[in-house]
Design a protein around this ligand. Structure first.
Ligand code: PRP
Length: 182
């Protein structure tokens, strides 16, 4: 038994939800779609810190197309389980968006508040195209009036941690995605 699995099994607050093998397989499939869709182009991947740092690094390493990478940092949850309802921009982009193909990479779309904020922000800089890749997408979210083109898994309304997702900054380094009980 590896140490990681031991950590999940011995922490009574964690219940394994998506194994690292399933995540790896899904990330590869998303990369394959992106390779096909962006053939001959050089998209800019914009990771939303902190949660997306593992997903974006695994995703871009599966790509065959040339890429550029930049990061945004937002915060709406702080150390809480509930969104404050207000998105704050903590780190802006350094790249030029105008005329470029942009793919925003999120770990999770939960209430949709962050992704809507990011969409407005990026559209205000006139990209050529804008798409979204989210590893996790909460089922039942009906408030989005645009598509998330690349979705890893549609997930129920449980509090999830691991593979970049935290609770009070903990659990981000789990290789699998777990439900945080209690
Ligand atoms: C989390 C997550 C997404 C956002 C999704 O970020 O990484 O960016 O919330 O939630 P929403 O759809 O309800 O807006 P958080 O503010 O917790 O910061 P973090 O990425 O540093 O954990």
């Amino acid at each position: 038994m590896n140490l990681q699995r031991k950590r999940v099994q011995s922490d009574s607050n964690l219940k394994l939800y998506i194994s690292k093998a399933r995540i790896r397989q899904r990330v590869k499939l998303i990369a394959r779609e992106i390779n096909k869709d962006y053939k001959g182009r050089i998209p800019i991947f914009i990771g939303v810190l902190n949660g997306s740092f593992i997903f974006i690094s695994d995703l871009v390493r599966e790509l065959k197309v040339d890429t550029e990478i930049d990061f945004l940092k937002l915060s709406s949850y702080g150390d809480s389980k509930i969104s404050s309802g207000e998105v704050k921009l903590l780190k802006d982009l350094n790249c030029t968006i105008e005329g470029r193909d942009i793919i925003v990479v999120e770990d999770i779309v939960d209430s949709g508040l962050s992704i809507k904020y990011i969409r407005d922000l990026i559209l205000s800089h006139n990209p050529a195209t804008l798409e979204f890749a989210a590893l996790l997408f909460k089922k039942g979210l009906s408030k989005l009036d645009f598509d998330i083109k690349y979705i890893g898994f549609k997930v129920p309304n449980k509090f999830l941690v691991g593979y970049g997702l935290d609770y009070a900054q903990k659990y981000r380094n789990l290789k699998e995605i777990c439900i945080l009980k209690n």
